[in-house]
Design a protein around this ligand. Structure first.
Ligand code: SAH
Ligand code: SF4
Length: 349
């Protein structure tokens, strides 16, 4: 299957069209239609000759929107996209009063990491997304009225287990002929794929790195995140330190709070000791509960106490507000709900 047009750089589009006897500048025009104007369907690229549009329309098409849901406060929109092979992925747009429009993208259909608190992780891995499929999620939320300001790789999947396409997507998003996002406005979240964290550090991009930690000791982290058995905390922190050293950027640690599991004062103290002296920030996220996962979020009181304990120990920490609960905004939840509500196809025979 040919790659989607949205995954190609201007030079590659030029090669494609010159191979068909078209002038090279058409390549840049196509790139601008897709990445600057968010037009994914070649038939709508009105300044191209009809025969070229028809030819482009034969390339692999874009995904199909299965659902678009907006939260009751109007600030969060979630999109369920069906890809060319039937896989379904989610993307979320979150707007803030300060004018930010942050798009949360998926990097894989499913995920192989199996974290116990994550719906995506519980349903296994289907395949990597290609760069076109990643960028498409952003473009579907990009409009003149609401330009995209930030992109976070925090949807379904482990972006650093899909390194090449993730990097390519970031280069497309920052390309001057396209959206031209600043690298600093992109954040990659990882469960701790250590070799890929080091490789990313050496790209020396200004991309932000978020590391999903969720526990300050290996015994507990391995229970929550099987990847910790492969790369334990010590190695993850060393790779994060290397990232800071190479890029000069502060990293953030994500810590999903689960009642009775990782939310005690003693663990807050352990976490503070672990991160003491590091250039970092802790993002606390109360668990987004689902019926499929036997875990619950702590009370607001407990969560705030945990945050205060970290701060009192000198660690920069903030609590992420769970938004869009009414539209199943946690990663993987909408896809699951949709699958359940559809009648099950019965095989003939
Ligand atoms: N695979 C990457 C990025 C996608 S997950 C990673 O794990 O970092 C993005 C963030 O959502 C991670 O920090 C993950 O731990 C968190 N997360 C997953 N399921 C969650 C849930 N049910 N409630 C709250 N946070 C969750
Ligand atoms: Fe995969 Fe991230 Fe979910 Fe873990 S939390 S299963 S790494 S998507």
């Amino acid at each position: 299957m040919s790659p989607a047009l949205a995954g190609l750089f201007p030079g590659e589009l030029e090669n494609l069209v010159t191979g068909w006897g078209q002038p090279a500048y058409r390549g840049r025009q196509i790139f601008e239609w897709i990445h600057r104007r968010g037009v994914l369907d070649p038939r709508q690229m009105t300044n191209l000759p009809t025969d070229l549009r028809q030819r482009l329309a034969l390339a692999r098409g874009e995904g199909e929107e299965v659902r678009r849901l907006t939260s009751s406060d109007g600030l969060t929109t979630k999109l369920l996209l069906r890809l060319h092979d039937g896989e379904e992925i989610e993307a979320v747009a979150m707007q803030s009063s300060s004018g930010r429009n942050t798009i949360c993208v998926s990097s894989q259909a499913g995920c192989a990491m199996g974290c116990v608190f994550c719906v995506t992780g519980q349903f296994g891995f289907a395949r990597n997304l290609d760069a076109g499929e990643i960028v498409e999620q952003v473009l579907r939320f990009s409009s003149g009225a609401r330009p995209v300001t930030n992109v976070v790789f925090m949807g379904m999947g482990e972006p650093l287990a899909n390194y090449d396409e993730t990097l390519r997507a970031m280069r497309l998003l920052t390309h001057p002929f396209g959206l031209h996002l600043g690298a600093r406005r992109i954040t990659v979240s990882t469960s701790g794929v250590v070799p890929a964290m080091r490789r990313l550090a050496e790209e020396r991009l200004q991309v932000g790195l978020a590391i999903s930690l969720h526990a300050p000791d290996d015994a507990l982290r391995s229970e929550l995140m099987p990847i910790n058995r492969r790369w334990p905390i010590r190695e993850v922190l060393a790779a994060a330190d290397y990232y800071v050293e190479c890029t000069g950027r502060r990293v953030s640690y994500e810590y999903t709070l689960m009642s009775g599991v990782n939310d005690t004062d003693a663990l807050a103290d352990d976490l503070a000791r672990l991160l003491h002296g590091r250039l970092c920030h802790v993002n606390l996220i109360p668990l987004n509960p689902t019926e499929d996962i036997n875990l619950v979020a702590p009370s607001a009181h407990r969560a705030v106490a945990f945050e205060r304990r970290l701060r009192d120990a000198g660690i920069a920490a903030t609590m992420r507000v769970n938004r869009g609960r009414d539209i199943l905004a946690a990663c993987g939840q909408l896809r699951l709900a949709e699958k359940r509500s559809r009648p099950i196809a019965v095989a003939a025979g």
